[in-house]
Design a protein. Structure first.
Length: 395
């Protein structure tokens, strides 16, 4: 049996496509024949799972089987489309940048007896708060998007505003609940020890709401966005006590994100050069602080232990690595400032946001020189972020 079946599940698929011969699909659960992609090219013995089985049953099964298969096929098609709409609403393409912030904070404190379960829960907490911010951002921008961005999920009517608000506040509540669970721990003496995780999560949720209700579109908007990123890094630090100098790196990350936010203020129209220059200046300030960080007293927290496992010239290696990570950002930013084109500004913003992962990985390498695999694991988060950003709108 040869079935021309596109791998992109589309409601326009015709279920009465021509069939040349038949094989037993019920036993194999795959189409053991040549499949034609929409863009050409042949793949043999490619399993299609349930969608392929439903499609084949529509042609080869008994009348009851054909009816059931058509219903299942259309239901699967509808569910995949709806799931894609929710992914676009939540802008999951940049979710790995929130994870890298938390992993950076965890590396900065480097607890002697790390709780990997607590770290996993921190990632869940950060994910929920980040996704809630993305959803609520579109929900509160609904009227503006009706005129400026009608192609988005909410203005196009694919998801209702009420559903979006319920999802956003629900994710926020889950994030705070997870933070509360992490914060409370019963010690050996029976006393309840409270970590600062809940405080960071509540403050982050409050800033998300303040940004969407008041600060968005004002001069405070980029500042609040920077504070959100700063708190997200501190969320990763919250599994251990805050030591001297721990605030320096989260502050630098916050300044960087504030600069990117300011730079992106005109991404949907021809950019205004003062905004672009000021945003670039903030990003440059953040880079300067990070370059300076290994050679200052702020790096002295827990310094005696770190010094023993730090290789010679480790700070210079970090500076070189960070400079290499920031070079693509600088190139995109310079092009956007020179052209003031909306498309160039968007490209610079997306590149700057994806580079957050590489910045975090570079600092993890500085903070944990004895375990470079940890920094490498953080850096690999850029792969899913980049792949998803090509499919799902990142800003």
């Amino acid at each position: 049996m040869i079935v021309k079946f596109p791998l992109v599940y589309d409601a326009s698929i015709q279920l009465d496509a021509p069939i040349n011969s038949c094989v037993d699909l019920i036993n194999t659960w795959e189409i053991a024949s040549a499949l034609q992609y929409p863009r050409g090219g042949l793949v043999r013995n490619q399993p299609l799972g349930l969608p392929g089985l439903f499609f084949a049953l529509c042609k080869t099964g008994t009348p009851p089987q054909r009816t059931l298969a058509q219903v299942c096929f259309r239901a699967f098609n509808c569910s995949m489309s709806k799931l894609s709409d929710y992914f676009r609403l939540m802008r999951i393409s940049l979710l790995p940048t929130a994870w890298s912030n938390v992993l950076l904070g965890f590396a900065l404190t480097s607890p002697d007896a790390p709780s990997w379960i607590s770290l996993a829960l921190l990632l869940v907490c950060s994910s929920c708060l980040y996704l809630s911010g993305m959803v609520l951002n579109d929900a509160f921008d609904y009227k503006l998007d009706l005129t400026e961005r009608p192609e988005r999920v909410l203005p196009s009517g694919k998801i209702s505003v009420r559903t979006a608000k319920l999802l956003g506040f629900g994710l926020m509540a889950i994030g705070i609940a997870v933070a509360a669970f992490i914060s409370i721990e019963r010690g050996k003496t029976g006393l309840i020890l409270v970590r600062p995780t809940l405080g960071c999560a509540v403050a982050l949720a409050a800033l998300i709401l303040y940004y969407n209700l008041r600060a968005k579109g004002t001069i405070l908007g980029p500042v609040v966005m920077g504070l959100c990123r700063m708190l997200n890094v501190l969320l990763g630090c919250s599994l251990d006590k805050f030591e001297y100098g721990i605030w320096f790196v989260p502050l630098a990350i916050g300044i960087y994100v504030a600069g990117v936010t300011w730079f992106a203020r005109d991404e949907n129209k021809t950019g205004e050069r003062p905004n672009l220059l000021f945003g670039a200046a903030l990003m440059t300030l953040s880079a300067g602080l990070l370059f300076w960080y290994p050679f200052t007293q702020f790096f002295s927290y827990n310094y005696q232990l770190r010094l023993l496992r730090t290789p010679p010239n480790h700070g210079f290696l970090f500076v070189g690595l960070l400079a290499m990570m920031l070079f693509p950002v600088a190139r995109k930013v310079i092009v956007a400032i020179s052209t003031k084109s909306s498309s160039d500004v968007k490209q610079a913003v997306i590149t700057s946001l994806l580079t957050i992962i590489m910045i975090d990985a570079s600092i993890c390498y500085l903070a944990l020189p004895a375990t470079p695999a940890y920094a490498l694991a953080v850096a690999t988060l850029v792969i899913p972020a980049y792949l998803m950003s090509r499919r799902i709108m990142a800003t």
